[in-house]
Design a protein around this ligand. Structure first.
Ligand code: RBF
Length: 191
């Protein structure tokens, strides 16, 4: 059985109007870089415009819910502020990471992909971080009504993490599925 979803039965013509956020952790960067790239490539392939993709990072997966929540809130404050407030609001988004993205458009995000790679170690950290992280992300999606795509790999070994990041023979990059899931869920929520 293929470990990926079947294609959606319809296409999503709204894609070119969608604003999509990506927030990623910085642990296990080889996998993270591949997953972010896979997500961006599939967003572009689905018709999302480059300038409508916003990318930020947080230290680790534990910080993903906070980063996700903050990015959604900042995009909404920015959209509803009067011009005079805009400077203050945009400074919320002015992390180091957003600088290369300064060509991006502003406005409320229609979906956000939260990407992290957790690899089990010899202590209980993996269990605590993964559980808190995925529950936090689900809560944010339901509370804000902005679809949050779960881009968190919880791998038992580095090998498993690489396989699911599209690194090596017979590997599949799950980031590609997260891109199409974001477009589908954003289109359904917006349309
Ligand atoms: N963050 C990840 O994104 N992936 C990991 O595999 C990971 N493993 C960790 C293992 C230990 C023992 C610790 C202390 C932290 C780990 N973190 C990991 C970082 C965590 O998500 C968070 O950034 C830090 O705990 C700071 O709040």
């Amino acid at each position: 059985l293929e470990k990926r979803p079947a294609a959606a039965p319809t296409s999503f013509p709204l894609a070119s109007t969608l604003r999509i956020g990506i927030v990623h952790a910085r642990w296990n960067t080889e996998c993270i870089d591949a997953l972010v790239k896979g997500s961006v490539d599939s967003l572009l392939k689905s018709g999302v415009k480059k300038e409508n993709i916003h990318i930020e990072s947080v230290p680790g997966s534990w910080e993903l819910p906070h980063g996700t929540s903050r990015m959604i809130a900042a995009s909404q404050i920015q959209a509803s502020s009067a011009a005079t407030d805009l400077m203050g609001a945009t400074s919320l988004l002015d992390g180091e990471d957003s600088k290369p993205e300064s060509q991006t458009s502003s406005g409320p995000l229609d979906a956000i992909i939260s990407i992290g790679v957790l690899i089990k170690g010899s202590t209980m950290h993996f269990e605590y971080i993964s559980e808190a992280c995925v529950h936090g992300l689900m809560r944010i999606g339901l509370d804000t009504n902005v679809p949050v795509i779960l881009g968190v790999l919880t791998a038992l070994t580095e090998e498993q993490a690489k396989q699911r990041s599209g690194i090596g023979a017979n590997a599949h990059n799950h980031g590609e599925d997260w891109g199409t899931a974001a477009v589908e869920m954003a289109s359904k929520t917006k349309g």
